[in-house]
Write a protein that binds this ligand. Structure first.
Ligand code: AMP
Ligand code: MG
Length: 499
């Protein structure tokens, strides 16, 4: 009789592991002392064709890396990357790709263990992860998914029964991450740095096969691929900006060519609106500040473009010229996606020239008054009508400062005049706003509270927060405690890299 976990529905393929050997090494996860399953995403398991009941009962050894599921062929992937602007050879230093699960839908998903022990690419690291950061990755990525933003996801978190040594000893854990692929801008940088044209070609074919199959017959596949990645990233970064998400470590190894948000380290959401917001304790220069994200994405995409040059044209000058033409379109594309999304947030289905300044002026007002980004936008639907009924109540700055209140009233009058020109009427506009402005995001103070409880052995607050962030657009009695910003006097929020 086979163990029940063998019949959970595993259906692996290994297209990445069929690439040239320089791109990965065969590695196995390092077993841990006492596997324990703390989080399982049953909905995601079903989407993958895996039986959540079997995983719940018998999955801990697999999710901790002690047992290899049937058909898996564990590897660590090689990649390079610019970290805070400096080029380094990296690779999965604490992660193992089990393989690509073929879901019932026919889609292919990487299943990766993160925190599964040392590999050939570990450099000085211990190959391990702490429970808190792995739970943060789960909660923030689940929130992003519920907001409709492309992202990798967490299938499970297993505790290891071992401590990891950081500033203090912390409980260890392994995250099972699900991704459209783990091919990064840094994977292309690695392939380019090896200076082996067939290797670079094979990687491009692989990425096209997975993410842009329509380019398989293109006469200019490298340029077409660059264009497709640029488009996905422009759309993605716009989505981040529109929900106040700060990635925190936008190194080129943390940018996926799939267009999914990947590698949730010192990430966080804005409470008060300020473009200079930086949460990461290691980002001293503010390189990855909220407002810098479009610029940094553009810079990272230039690294992808450089990596692809030999496949664009045999003549380097011609290649540079061709990629520049595509690369230069990024800022306008990102701005267009952002404006499209901003219009929805303001309840606008049509487009007028003044919409950009209407949006910019609201942001300027939020910045000047230190208004809460999410709450201000969530309240707009309530303020769309003719009477100034304000059921949610005024936030501190507006209530306390007559000048700020007058500025808001003036902005609101402009906005209402603009709304009046919408053909669908107010009701439709309110519907558009409700679908575009979340009331619940994974707020930093709530995330920290949930992680602290989990580290102390109580997973309850984490589960309740997870439930809340899974329905971000709905105001319910249950999510009321998760809607507001941090209590006054919380101080400046900081996150740590979580390694
Ligand atoms: P990150 O900042 O998490 O994107 O990681 C950057 C690089 O450092 C990647 O190559 C990781 O695999 C590696 N890394 C991070 N933490 C560890 C660790 N504890 N042990 C070994 N490698 C690590
Ligand atoms: Mg990374």
């Amino acid at each position: 009789m086979t163990a029940p976990i063998h019949d959970a529905g595993w259906r692996f393929d290994h297209s990445y592991a069929r690439l040239p050997g320089a791109l990965f090494t065969h590695e196995r996860p390092t077993p841990v002392r006492a596997p324990g399953l703390v989080v399982l995403n049953a909905t995601l398991a079903r989407e993958l064709g895996l039986d959540p009941d079997v995983l719940q009962d018998a999955g801990a050894p697999v999710f901790a890396g002690n047992e290899i599921p049937p058909g898996a062929e564990p590897i660590a992937q090689a990649y390079a990357g610019h970290q805070f602007g400096h080029f380094t050879n990296l690779g999965d230093g604490r992660a193992i790709l089990l393989g690509e699960q073929i879901a019932p839908s026919g889609h292919r998903f990487d299943l990766q263990l993160k925190g599964s022990g040392r590999t050939r690419y570990s450099r000085g690291g211990d190959g391990r992860a702490a429970l808190g950061p792995m739970l943060r990755e789960v909660i923030v990525s689940e929130g992003m998914h519920a907001l409709g933003i492309p992202t990798t996801r967490g299938l499970a978190v297993a505790t290891t029964g071992e401590e990891v040594l950081r500033a203090t000893p912390l409980p260890g854990a392994v995250l099972t991450r699900v991704a459209a692929s783990h091919v990064r801008v840094g994977t292309f940088q690695f392939a380019r740095a090896v200076d082996d044209r067939p290797l670079l070609e094979a990687l491009l074919d692989h990425a096209i096969g997975r993410h842009d199959p329509s380019l398989a017959t293109s006469t200019e596949p490298a340029l077409g691929f660059l264009d497709a990645v640029i488009e996905r990233q422009a759309a993605l970064i716009a989505r981040w900006m529109l929900v106040g998400f700060v990635h925190g470590v936008m190194n080129t190894d943390n940018m996926a060519v799939s267009g999914e948000t990947i590698d949730y380290g010192p990430c966080a959401f804005l409470d008060t609106y300020d473009p200079a917001t930086v949460f990461s304790s290691i980002d001293q220069q503010g390189r990855y500040a909220y407002g810098n994200q479009p610029l940094i994405a553009h810079w990272n995409l230039a690294r992808l473009a450089e990596s692809l040059l030999p496949l664009v044209h045999a003549d380097e000058d011609a290649a540079v010229e061709a990629v520049r033409g595509v690369l230069d379109t990024f800022p306008a594309r990102c701005a267009r996606h952002t404006l499209d999304g901003a219009r929805s947030k303001l309840g606008l289905s049509s487009a007028e020239d003044g919409d950009q300044s209407l949006w910019d002026d609201l942001l300027r007002w939020m910045h000047a008054t230190r208004a809460d980004f999410t709450a201000t936008l969530a309240r707009l639907a309530a303020e769309a009508g003719p009477s100034v009924a304000d059921p949610a109540g005024d936030p501190e700055p507006r209530a306390g400062d007559p000048e700020a209140a007058a500025a808001f009233a003036a902005w609101r009058a402009r906005w209402q005049a603009r709304l009046a020109r919408e053909r669908g009427g107010l009701e439709e506009a309110v519907g558009v706003m409700r679908r575009a402005n979340p009331v619940v995001i994974p707020r930093n103070h709530r995330v920290e509270e949930a992680l602290a409880a989990a580290e102390a052995g109580d997973i309850g607050p984490f589960q309740r927060l997870l439930d809340a962030v899974r329905a971000p657009f709905e105001e319910t009695a249950a999510n009321e405690p998760y809607r507001g910003g941090p209590p006054a006097g919380c101080g400046r929020y900081r996150t740590f890299c979580g390694t």
